[in-house]
Design a binder for this molecule. Structure first.
Ligand code: 2HG
Ligand code: ZN
Length: 471
């Protein structure tokens, strides 16, 4: 179906209208700003918008969407620009609508263990604020220091704690959003249970700014666990490390984090993060970072003993036990910086593969075999406990020709392998711009068309975040 994606250019009249809505100091068209807001953390893409607008309330966003519909101008919403699939890139130009001024934590409801925030609040700031009340918001993407909660909801972001506590999707109770046609609605209710018509809240989660613009979110919170322990488990076989993951859960233990890093990822990240507080032995090929948390320290030590025995059965080397805050922080810094470290080493393409946990060894083996056949190297790390492997394909000295022509075939094979293992093509980073072309690997045309119809119902003029997911 041919989608009309020709849009009108931004006229001076529209710019004047935008200034009336948000004020002249919140409208930018200088090259530096257009360039800065025309990129996120996805490869080295830059798509300059015609104008950058910073809004600060739902009423302003609604007025902007009404104006954009009237003049047929595309609008791309942007949280903090930390996305990894191009979801905030203004690929059709138009208005880049920044939500960075939506930065208020509106309420922390300690009676109901809920919180209401504006969508531009930074994840880590929110986590630290709720901790002051003895409460816990578990979703902790690697970029938690800079990513916005609205962007987390738009992608149903994960992070290390998802293996025990679930992803963003599991904590969203209600959303205030502005529809692409400029209506302001609340999608659900501030309740732990909901069965009142179609669940528009859960439809908005993961919609990557294509079905509406998130302005407020009501999150569920948990009591903050009192203690946690962290183990670094080295392996001379990456596959054995992956096999040990499934065995841990089958033994009845659910760690609060179970992360995997291949050797190159470890080396590159330690160098990049400047954390070299343990010796990486030459024979190590991978490591698992395993955390347990809870309120009874003796139970945590018991869990660590059980996990250690399972790791030993899978041939691990001596386990490094981190029980001081500094040791934990240093190990987590190496894990959290690995994405930046790998990307600073080479041109790359990142695939956010996800399979049933026990298939992780088969996935890793398959990725390496496909890489050999197509001549590309990959550096893998990720949330082993969720079966979520971040495969960073490294360009290295591959020619541009091979990189552009051959690589998509290799990526297709990786995604087909995921599907054959019961998995899919993104666990947490989303589809956005860069994974769009691969969606038919996992969805038949009928299902693709269903998703296009849903998009059209919300956005009949097709002006919100064009070029993403199914358009
Ligand atoms: C992580 O788990 C992030 O580290 C990926 O989801 C970060 O690859 C990255 O840039
Ligand atoms: Zn991740």
């Amino acid at each position: 179906m041919n989608i009309n994606r020709t849009y009108n250019n931004l006229s001076d009249k529209v710019v004047e209208e935008l200034i009336k809505i948000v004020g002249v100091e919140q409208v930018f068209s200088d090259d530096e700003k257009l360039e800065a807001y025309g990129q996120d953390e996805t490869e080295d893409f830059i798509f300059k918008p015609a104008v950058v607008v910073r809004s600060e309330n739902a009423e302003q966003v609604a007025a902007i969407m009404k104006l954009a519909n009237q003049h047929h101008i595309p609008v791309t919403p942007r949280g903090a620009g930390t996305g990894l699939s191009g979801g905030a890139l203004p690929v059709c130009g138009g208005i880049l609508l920044s939500m960075e001024k939506f930065k208020n934590i509106l309420q922390i409801d300690t009676q109901n263990l809920q919180a209401t925030v504006e969508s531009g609040v930074i994840n880590y700031i929110f986590q630290e604020e709720v901790k002051k009340h003895g409460l816990f918001y578990p979703p902790d993407p690697a970029s938690w220091g800079s990513c916005s909660l609205g962007g987390n909801v738009a992608h149903s972001s994960g992070g290390p704690k998802a293996v025990k506590y679930g992803t963003t999707r599991d904590y969203v109770l209600n959303i205030e959003m502005v529809t692409p046609t400029g209506e302001i609605i609340w999608t659900g209710a501030n309740t732990l249970k909901y069965s009142t018509g179609y669940n528009l809240t859960q439809l908005m989660v993961g919609s990557e700014g294509t079905l509406g613009i998130i302005t407020k979110i009501v999150f569920k919170l948990l009591p903050l666990p009192k203690h946690d322990l962290l183990m670094l488990v080295p392996f001379s076989s990456a596959e054995k490390a992956c096999e040990a993951v499934g065995a841990t859960f089958r033994a009845g233990i659910t760690p609060s984090a179970m992360e995997f890093m291949e050797r190159d990822a470890i080396d590159w990240s330690m160098k990049y993060a400047g954390e070299v507080n343990f010796t990486v032995k030459p024979e190590w090929q991978a490591l698992l970072l395993i955390e347990v948390d809870g309120n009874e320290m003796d139970l945590l030590y018991k869990d660590c003993e059980t996990i250690s025995a399972i790791m030993a059965e899978h041939g691990c080397d001596e386990i490094l036990f981190a029980d001081t805050a500094d040791q934990k922080q240093s190990l987590w810094k190496i894990r959290r910086k690995v994405g930046e470290a790998v990307k600073s080493n080479s041109v790359y393409k990142e695939e956010d593969t996800v399979v049933p946990r026990a298939s992780l060894p088969v996935l890793l083996k398959g990725v390496k075999e496909i890489g050999k056949r197509y001549g590309f190297k990959s550096v893998c790390y990720g949330h082993a406990g969720d079966g979520n492997l971040h495969v960073n394909i490294i360009k290295g000295d591959l020619s541009d020709e091979v990189w552009e022509r051959e690589l998509p075939k290799g990526i297709t094979e990786i995604f087909e392998l995921c599907k054959s293992l019961g998995g899919t093509i993104s666990g947490e980073h989303g589809i956005g711009l860069v994974q769009k072309g691969y969606l038919p690997i996992v969805f038949p045309e009928y299902q693709m068309e269903l998703m296009r119809q849903i998009k059209r119902v919300f956005d009949p003029a097709m002006i919100l975040n064009p070029g993403k997911i199914v358009f």
